[in-house]
Write a protein that binds this ligand. Structure first.
Ligand code: ADP
Ligand code: MG
Length: 363
């Protein structure tokens, strides 16, 4: 069952030049207990989608259904438009800056939305929520006495206190020290999974999206380009934008030699990835395609026959990033050794690559 369903969502802002459309006919579903990322470049409209779901914007049209209840749209008889207020949408919002009330203690912050409960029920609920994040002993502290990670844990359980159908996270981990960030992400993921809570997580950070989410929707210029689990998104990008946004790589123009073999400037490459996906591309033998190869899928060996020199390198601890200039592109290869200023041969070290139709350059 879907906890969130967005259909034909359009959002625009008014400016001095008139209306600017930011989100264009967006479709998205988040299933029960699922954590989905809305991932894309800055300015792509991610926070706008989140604010529209939360009911914080004017100029939103389309259908928003949260927990089976229409939050925006037309009623089932088709005669009344519905636009439920933010506080009635059963969502919990968690922002980047924790947004705790500075003058309230941890316990008072968590209890904030629980004024309908009796005093004792409220205390029991706050204790059980703090127990979930192992912070009961911090009940009487104030936000400024906590680390960023602790404040964010409190912000999350405060959002959980009202038993929302859906949690909405906007770049919520980006202010946490990198050293603790992935520990926090993994704890919060475990907490949500344990309690079967669905979430939509807005981020421009790929590592965070991969660590936190079951599926990732790539948002570019107001449209979702692809939605898939992290592994499929990385290995089988469906558009050039998704391929490039998920990491640098080398574009290689190839000739189709046979059903699963291509000829490139780096030699023959044969495909051993998802056969159905590959055959759906109906490659024409003798035709041309573009293949995208990532740095870890290339290999360098010392060679004087292939006149390429490593002109630059970056030591990254567990590997080197060696750079070579070739066919007008700067190619990055992950290597175990330093090849700086040496002549090398480049080889393709994978049988799973992404292939795209050749884009004709504009005349
Ligand atoms: P993201 O979260 O992906 O970085 P946003 O949703 O914040 O992107 O913004 C998408 C676009 O909408 C940007 O071009 C931004 O400048 C514009 N925008 C955001 N908020 C407003 C606003 N209140 N009024 C006008 N334009 C806005
Ligand atoms: Mg944003």
């Amino acid at each position: 069952m879907s906890v969130l369903s967005l259909s034909k969502l359009n959002v625009s802002y008014k400016s001095s030049q008139g209306k600017i459309q930011i989100i264009d006919e967006l479709e998205l579903q988040v299933n029960s207990g699922e954590i989905v990322a809305l991932f894309g470049p800055s300015g792509g409209g991610k926070s706008t989608v989140l604010k529209a779901i939360a009911g914080l914007l004017d100029n939103v049209s389309g259908d928003i259904i949260i927990g089976g209840k229409q939050a925006l749209g037309i009623n089932s008889r088709g005669n009344t438009s519905i636009n439920i207020a933010t506080e009635d949408r059963k969502i919990g919002l968690i922002f980047q800056d924790y947004a705790l009330f500075p003058h309230l203690t941890v316990a008072q912050n968590v209890a904030f939305g629980l004024d309908k409960l009796s005093r004792s029920a409220r205390k029991a609920k706050v204790d059980s929520l703090l127990e979930l994040i192992k912070m009961v002993e911090y009940s009487d502290r104030y936000p400024h006495e906590l680390s960023g990670g602790q404040q964010q844990r409190i912000a999350i359980v405060r959002a959980l206190a009202c038993e929302p159908e859906l949690l909405l996270f906007d770049e919520s981990f980006s202010n946490i020290d990198p050293q603790f960030r992935f520990e926090l992400i993994s704890d919060i993921r475990a907490l949500l999974k344990q309690h079967n809570i669905a979430a939509l997580f807005v981020t421009h950070n790929q590592d965070e999206a991969f660590a936190f989410c079951d599926r990732i929707a790539v948002l570019n210029k107001g449209k979702i380009e692809q939605i898939d689990c992290p592994e499929r998104l990385f290995n089988y990008p469906q558009t050039r934008f998704v391929a490039e946004f998920l990491g640098q790589g080398l574009w290689l123009r190839c000739k189709v030699a046979s059903a699963n073999v291509l000829l490139s400037e780096l030699g023959e490459i044969s495909y051993a990835g998802d056969k159905d996906l590959f055959s759906s591309m109906s490659l024409k033998v003798e035709g041309e395609v573009d293949v995208y190869i990532r740095p870890h899928q290339l290999k360098l060996t010392l060679s004087n026959d292939f006149p390429i020199v490593v002109t630059n390198e970056r030591f990254a601890g567990e590997f080197y990033e060696s750079q070579v200039q070739w066919l007008g592109q700067v190619i990055v290869v992950k290597t175990q050794n330093s090849f700086l200023n040496q002549s090398v041969k480049i080889e393709i070290n994978t049988a799973v690559w992404s292939v795209f139709p050749v884009v004709k350059s504009p005349i």
